[in-house]
Design a protein around this ligand. Sequence first.
Ligand SMILES: [Mg+2]
Length: 263
Amino acid sequence: MAKFVEMFQNFIFDMDGVIYLQDSPIPGAREVINYLKSAGKSILFLTNNSYYTPEYYVEKLSYMGIQASPDRILTSAAATAMYLKKHHRLKGKTAFVIGGPGLEREIKSIGLELLTTDSGRNAHFVIVGWDTNFNYEKMKVATLAINGGAIFIGTNYDKTFPSGEGLWPGGGAIIASIEAATDRRAKIIGKPEKFMIEAALALFDGKPPKTVLIGDRLDSDILAGKRAGIKTILVLTGVTSREMLEKSDIKPDYTLKGIWELF
Ligand SMILES: [Mg+2]
């Protein structure tokens, strides 16, 4: 670990596939995080999932023996709120949100009024993430609003969501259905878009040369890190195998079998 500890001050960790696999912690995750903390390093946890609140992840990590405060967790929902605040005038504006409690809370927190399906077709913004209660009515209202001029934002473009049963449709599949209906493309915020990483860097004042991103997906984590100009470490405990790495054009700066090899 000495090498990485000396090289970097700020560590951005993707969570699923790096710290845990669904509900099982990955060996060494707790020890590595605690070591980095004791060495005075800054740590931020990242997820493309916009459904849950940061508190949900605080609890999940705590169950695995990792202590984190909500402001050290960046979801694509929070990054979406940061993006809207930075790039749009929000005063007096309304939003039709398709997503979970995490996304609704973040959008409310920046002062946008949330509209229901009754009035959503008049919204200024349509903001879409993973929603397990998605249905035709929501797709219809989103479509009418976007066709009426609403700005169309997607939290992340992950088309699938890994579950115990296999792959479920992800937020990206819901966004794609509305793109099909409107013939418009959503502005996407989450990885591999670099805004997600820029938001992370802004949150803990992470300067690129001193900051490293640790992730398990080449076309998401590693690509986002590269676009944002920071160093990247791929771990092979998630979706990427060594064979996939060899075939890919996207190359991380370093590759480890798992987070335990940071030691
Ligand atoms: Mg991951």
